[in-house]
Write a protein that binds this ligand. Sequence first.
Ligand code: ZN
Length: 449
Amino acid sequence: MAVGPGSIPYLEASAHPDVGAELLGAIESLYPICRSITGDGVRETLNILKRSVPIELREIPTGTPAFDWTVPREWNIRDAYIKDASGNRVVDFRSLNLHVVNYSIPVKCRLSLQELRPHLHTLPERPDWVPYRTAYYRDDWGFCLTHRQLMAMPEGEYEVCIDSSLQDGHLSYGEILIKGETDDVVLLSAHICHPSLCNDNLSGITLATKIAQTLLPLNLRYSYRFIFAPATIGSIVWLSQNEAIVKHIKHGLVLACLGDAGKSTYKQSRRGNAEIDRAAAVVLRDSKQDHRVDAFLPYGYDERQYCSPGFDLPVGSLMRTPNGRFPEYHTSGDNIAFMDVGSLTDSFVKVLSLIHVLEYNRTYINLNPKCEPQLGRRGVYRALSDRKADGERELALLWVLNQSDGRHSLLDIAERSGISFGALRDAAEVLMDTGLLAEQSRGLDQNAG
Ligand code: ZN
């Protein structure tokens, strides 16, 4: 029953002392790249990730239908600026890629400030931040700048250039499949279309990559499929290209906004009571940290597609502060300085702990069910004390013995007892070793449903 080599720790930040700093370093290296829903920025990002994990790049041609959608033309950009009368770049794509409305059509012209103004986007209430704007699926162009920059632009004529292209090409996404004991799949999905923004979603991209790297050497019960795709159109394309294998997805998690200093938020799947929903609630409870669990809402990230009624997959979403609920959201304020190393570490630990629950959630049978067995005589307490025993761990033994009638999984027991899933799993291992407990066979497990 051991998952070795190396089991998956439960809520042990000390097992990963450097992970937050490592994730921050990865975020920094990907930050300057101008990503979008298609184009070379996405490819470059996936190729960088490929240095640490065996990610496979998929290229889906422009015009490919995907349910009610179509793969759009590919967008690429080399340069963009607004120059004043003296030829100075007053807005410069090369200093920050958020300065151009993402997916802008190519433009080269001279305009008065008055003519230019409808194409300029600022945040008057946050005069030092540049907003993030897109023009997907409509032929438009524009620039984003700080309100202070706009206020400093005198009347007069400006030279405007967006050196972009919109041509038939491809939509790129990346996939990793880690094969486990069974074909049952845990899906982990991160959107990859945002340019220089950290929490949304370089935090999710780098964290998913690190989780894949961590799982790769392990013998796992589940197979793990990681998807790195542009938001909305990417998951729609993935689902349309992979409809035949969707039935294998037993649990799923969308990873986004995992690096801000806010508390953890789990957003439930459309089902609301799927195993992933219950496991996430137990992990967050066991963390003993402040957190929130939100009910499903058909708004947010790619869970909208995975949880559309035609699929209704058990896919939840783990975040810190959700999209739209932090002022830095979709602005230049969502930068490296906004990242919190402790939160990155903690988010990694929680995702890994969620995987711990999914991997080790089994149903057992007490082989000595008539009254309590004599635990001392069997060396159970001694075995437990080798595993950092405390009061909770002794109580965990009694709960596992009492509830293991073939009808209650460890997750059921964790919910009912309030005892940490990690302690219950340790107790189950000790009881298995001493012959007091046996794992329910899969066939019986299904009958017990
Ligand atoms: Zn976003």
